[in-house]
Every structure is written in structure tokens, then in C-alpha cells.
Design a protein around this ligand. Structure first.
Ligand code: ARG
Length: 247
């Protein structure tokens, strides 16, 4: 009997993964989250740690990279509906989200912190949030951590915002008492406005960010993981880290 013929399609020529646009890696992000992703108001360009990371990943896949600005609420349904190929948006890998989408290997460690006004003296620990109004970006781990604190018996009101800057602005204006957000974003806000904001109360969670891909696109996930590994191993990751988080 003659053996079955070898496959004639080489994976190099025909990547097995799906793309919204041929030759382009389309990345969804809620670009209201400096220093991870934001729009430079002067140039109108996407900027941030995640933007640089995805440009490098695209380079290694031989793909152009295009960014799409999407509201955080709806960012996961948009991926499932293939409006973009992946999400890179400081998105924490969670068991709940893993039911809907796949995540790459972790690329960043983060945790939730409490941000208060710089002159605040009555909130120094999570328990002090009792009776206060706490802002969070809707659908974020900040909201989930706040809800867990309330469930644990610290009774406060949670106010949800479409974006994190909206919540921080309301805090600055005295309309709410605290905000719970990712440490990197809090540190950036404090660096820019040291007499407006400060953090209190330590780390409220341990989280890892991942790049999200639709569940029906496992080959793309594999390719992204391989590219991410290369970016980490060849020193590029450290350069990007230094650019955004070094002194
Ligand atoms: N890490 C948090 C989460 O995954 C907040 C991310 C918000 N990202 C953004 N680009 N707005 O829920």
C-alpha cells in the first residue's frame, strides 16, 4: 500500500490563524489607560506600554499592527464577534473571562490600589471605606475587588464610570471619596498630579495581564505566545518596560 501523500501547504505561506484583515493584526484597546494605552492628543496616535508591546509582536509575526479604540464595556463581545483579532488593554486574566476568551501567557503583574485625594486623612486602610463612595471603571477587576470588600462587610457605595479618567476626575472634584484601580495607572496619575492624588491601604489583589484572543482562533494565540516569548527573551520587553516604567 502506498503511504498517504505529505501535506503540500507550508505553514509559512499560509498561516493557520484567522485575521480580520489579511496581513494586519488588529488590536482592540480602551485607550483611556495611561501608561498602558492612551491617545496622544497632539499627534492623535495610540501610545503606551501595550501599544509598543503589540508593535513588537506584530513585527515578529510579519504583520502590520492596527489599533482600534473601543469602550471597555463591550470589549470582550467585540473580540468574540471578530471586530478585532486580539485585545491588549491591561486586561487581567480571570477565570470568569476565560469562559469567553483565551489569554496569552501573562505579560505584566499588577494589583488593585485605593486612590484618595492627597489631603485625605480619614482613609488609610480598606476598612476606612465604610460609609464612603468609591469609584471604579465598570467591568474591571477594580469593580470586582470593590464588590468583594463590600461582601466582606465593609459597607460602602460603589459608583461605576465608563472610563478610569472619569472616576479620577470625580475624585479630584470631591464628588467621591476614593477610586480602586490598577497600581500602574494609579502611580502614573500620582506622578502627574502629586498634590491631587495618593494611594493608601496596600495591595488589594494580585493580577496578571494577558493578551486576549477569540476561542475559535487557537493558532493566533499560539503565534502570539511564541512572539511574546521572543520579545521577552531578546531584551525588547525590558526596553519597553524601561521606557514606560523606568525612572
Ligand atoms: N486590569 C483591569 C481589568 O482587567 C483594568 C483594565 C482596564 N483597562 C483599560 N484599558 N481601561 O479589569
Amino acid at each position: 500500500p502506498t503511504p498517504a501523500p505529505e501535506a503540500t501547504v507550508t505553514p509559512e505561506e499560509t498561516p493557520a490563524y484567522k485575521l480580520v484583515k489579511p496581513g494586519v493584526l488588529t488590536v482592540g484597546m480602551d485607550a483611556t489607560y495611561p501608561p498602558f494605552e492612551y491617545i496622544n492628543e497632539t499627534t492623535d496616535e495610540f501610545e503606551g506600554f501595550d501599544v509598543d508591546l503589540m508593535k513588537e509582536i506584530g513585527k515578529r509575526l510579519g504583520l502590520e499592527v492596527e489599533f482600534v479604540n473601543v469602550a471597555w464595556e463591550g470589549i470582550i463581545p467585540g473580540l468574540v464577534a471578530h471586530k478585532y483579532d486580539c485585545i491588549c488593554s491591561a486586561m487581567t486574566i480571570t477565570e470568569e473571562r476565560k469562559k469567553q476568551i483565551d489569554f496569552s501567557d501573562p505579560y505584566f503583574e499588577a494589583w488593585q490600589v485605593i486612590v484618595v485625594r492627597a489631603d485625605c486623612t480619614d482613609i488609610t486602610k480598606p476598612e476606612d471605606l465604610a460609609g464612603k463612595v468609591v469609584g471604579v471603571q465598570i467591568g474591571t477587576t477594580g469593580q470586582f475587588v470593590a464588590e468583594d470588600l463590600v461582601k466582606s462587610g465593609i459597607n460602602f457605595e460603589i459608583k461605576t464610570y465608563d472610563t478610569t479618567p472619569d472616576a479620577l476626575l470625580d475624585l479630584k472634584n470631591g464628588n467621591i471619596d476614593a477610586v480602586i484601580i490598577d497600581n500602574g495607572v494609579a502611580e502614573k496619575a500620582i506622578k502627574n498630579n502629586p498634590d491631587v492624588y495618593k494611594t493608601v491601604g496596600g495591595k488589594l489583589s494580585y493580577e496578571e495581564y494577558g493578551i486576549a484572543v477569540a476561542k475559535d482562533n487557537p493558532e493566533l494565540l499560539k503565534a502570539i505566545n511564541q512572539a511574546l516569548k521572543e520579545v521577552k527573551e531578546d531584551g525588547t520587553y525590558d526596553k519597553i518596560y524601561q521606557k514606560w516604567f523606568g525612572e
